[in-house]
Structure formats: C-alpha cells, structure tokens
Design a binder for this molecule. Sequence first.
Ligand SMILES: O=C(CO)COP(=O)(O)O
Length: 251
Amino acid sequence: MRKPFIAGNWKMNKDSAGSVELAAGLAKELKDVDSVDVAVCPPFVYLQAVSNAVSGSPVKVGAQNMYFEANGAFTGEISTDMLKDVGCTYVICGHSERRHVIGETDELVNKKVKAAIESGLLPILAVGELLEEREADKTNDVVKTQVTKGLEGVSADDILKVTIAYEPVWAIGTGKTATPDQAQDVHAMIRGLIAELYSQDVADKIRIQYGGSAKPANTAELMAQPDVDGLLVGGASLKVEDFSKMIKTVA
Ligand SMILES: O=C(CO)COP(=O)(O)O
C-alpha cells in the first residue's frame, strides 16, 4: 500500500509575509492529517521562514531546485547541505520549467537526484512530455528516457527514496488537466519501467505523483487511478483552502 504524497510547488510566487501566512495556515488546517504525506516547496529565500511556520505539523518542506556540488565557486547555486540546514526534507529535480525554460538536461537532473539522495534529501524527479511530443505519439519514449536517465546510477537500496512526478507540460498552468485515463496510462508505463529497471517489488512501492492543473475539483478522480499515488500541485497550492481541501479529499 503506497501512502499518498501531495506536494505544493509554489514556483516563483509569494513574498515573505505571504509565504509564512500560507505555511502557517496549512500547518493549522492539516495538523491532524497523518494518512497523507504533505510538503510545500517555496522559493529558496523563504525556506527557513516556512520551515519555522510548519514546524511540529505534518507539513514538510521541499526545495524547487538544488545544485549537485557540495560547496565552492558556483555563484547563485544552493547545495543540499544548505537545504537541509533550512529544514528541507524534499527537493524537486528536473521540473519541466527548469528543463525547458532554464535548459536543464537529463544528465544534470541525474546528478542532482544522486546528490540529493547522497545528502539525505528525498528527490522528486519530475518528468513529462511537451504538447508536440504527445501529438507526435512520443509521450512514452520521452518519459521513459527522462526516467531512465534521471535514475541512472541510483541503486536498488536508494530508489525508494525517490518520488517520480509525471507532469505533462501541456497541462501545467494551462487549466488543461490530463484526463484520469491519460494520467493512468503514463503512470502505469512508468511503473512497468521501474519493474524492468529494478524489480516488481520496487515498482509496487515507488510513488508516482501527477502534476498539471490539479485542483480540488479533479483530485478525487485523479487519485482514484490505481497508479496515481499523489499530486504535485502548482497554482492550487497557493491557497490554504484549495490545497488543504485537496489533501483532505485523500486523507
Ligand atoms: O508544474 C506544476 C507543479 O510542479 C503544476 O502546475 P499547475 O498545477 O499550476 O498546473
């Protein structure tokens, strides 16, 4: 039985007061939730304040990105130790906005996943196809490559520290959600791939989140799919009411 895992990716939103207000509101609303793992991923500069605001509650904190080197001359980058130091449990690696806006490659994403695991952070490996790739019937190929390369060198002992987030790029921030069937098809494909790369036992245990215009109104039907184990939520995670409603739908 896989415990549901719902994470909010705040992206480049909120200010310091707004971050604390949202985090404190969620901590209060969700204080009794224990059947769902919950995380919020604020911008780097608000991680410490958000960690303080959710401290003692079931809400954990994640970062939206990281760098794979431990320290040194990497201007503008943030290390895993720094993330742990400000209270992070999770880190998103390879979000499509980093792949397609910033230009991150599968090789870089893989280095981040491995460095995250090495440091004790739990990576959320985000994968997903572009609209033109889906229309060209390349969804499975693209996602398979991203998962396989993203996990290269991750051992059988470590793989269950990883959550995979399937986020079709055409569904992100567009209001166009993948249908539950579309999400299920790709999730099942990913789980089959994990069985090939690792084992059936690992495949049965790894958690695969869906992301892309997830909101209170579609949470139940997405989460009802057998291979959808959680959600990575953008826009709807910016409001206490919406995000907590999504979690309570599943709890
Ligand atoms: O990219 C996402 C989460 O990482 C999804 O964003 P939206 O929920 O705003 O579509």
